[in-house]
Design a protein around this ligand. Structure first.
Ligand SMILES: [Zn+2]
Length: 284
């Protein structure tokens, strides 16, 4: 069998958003740089995640077209809008492609993103830049996919950034697309997290580590990150969650949490994510 399996990554870069109340208006708030990954054989391909805005979806569709591949599936790792609201232009370019997720739970959480109150949240950040009637994934109810003979395994790992996390494992390349279960040099989304949800997220990271990947392509990745080395990313994601947990327990206010975290993570992308996460811990 010719071994032409390739893995290519599209990175959206940071996207300006409205910071909202409490954010320093002299600084531009941004949404974390996000990835979509094309796992491809000679012709067939699986696209992992589909970004957020319509413009991102159009850029992604052009990128996939330029790669000369014909994706049959668009796999959504978890049901947060910033990983599937952008699918429309890709479906327009590849009408035979199906938007899918591994489990019914991911589908249900994705559908919940289109409830009016949740759409209003997204509108607060992105205005009219996204599709308010996005394609909702359908459940595959299997994790066993393949591309031209190469296994591509979807694996349910559990709780992470507020949604149920599934990952995509490509054993022939020792590579995992982690969705938002692991991050690469970007502040992690801990909005409304609790000690329990943070412990659950750490367990999910352990489940990914147990697969012993060499490479992890994270759903949010700083474009200038030095590499996609799995061990580095597993270590940094664990440490960040543990540090945030300790900072919240040991602080009396959100600014204190932010100061404590920035002392160690000032080089990470998207400080707005830390701002949102820290303030969520003190607004009850
Ligand atoms: Zn995300």
């Amino acid at each position: 069998m010719p071994d032409s399996l390739s893995i290519s990554v599209f990175n959206s870069g940071y996207l300006p958003v409205n910071g909202g109340p409490g954010w320093d208006p002299t600084r531009q708030a941004t949404w974390p740089a996000s990835t979509a990954t094309l796992i491809a054989g000679d012709r067939d391909a699986i696209l992992v995640d589909a970004l957020m805005t319509t413009r991102e979806g159009e850029q992604l569709a052009a990128w996939v077209t330029g790669a000369g591949k014909d994706p049959s599936l668009i796999v959504i790792t978890h049901g947060h809008g910033d990983h599937f609201f952008g699918a429309g232009p890709i479906l327009a370019a590849f009408p035979d492609a199906r938007v899918v997720a591994m489990t019914a739970q991911v589908v249900d959480e994705a559908r919940a993103q289109t409830r009016p109150a949740v759409l209003d949240n997204w509108t607060g950040w992105f205005g009219d830049q996204f599709d308010r009637d996005p394609a909702i994934p359908t459940a595959l109810n299997t994790g066993e996919l393949q591309i031209e003979g190469h296994p591509v395994n979807l694996i349910a790992v559990g709780g992470a950034d507020g949604a149920f996390a599934t990952i995509v494992h490509v054993p022939d390349r020792d590579t995992i697309c982690s969705g938002d279960a692991v991050y690469n040099n970007i502040h992690m989304w801990l909005w409304n997290s609790t000690p329990h949800s943070r412990a659950t997220w750490l367990h999910s990271i352990d489940a990914i580590a147990a697969l012993e990947p060499a490479t992890i392509i994270t759903g949010h990745r700083d474009p200038d990150a030095p590499d996609d080395d799995a061990q580095r990313l597993l270590d940094q994601s664990r440490s960040y969650i543990e540090d945030f947990d300790r900072a919240v327990a040991g602080s009396g206010s959100a600014p204190e949490v932010i100061d404590t975290m920035m002392a160690k993570y000032s080089h990470y992308g998207n400080p707005y994510t830390l701002f949102v996460g820290a303030y969520s811990q003190f607004n009850s």
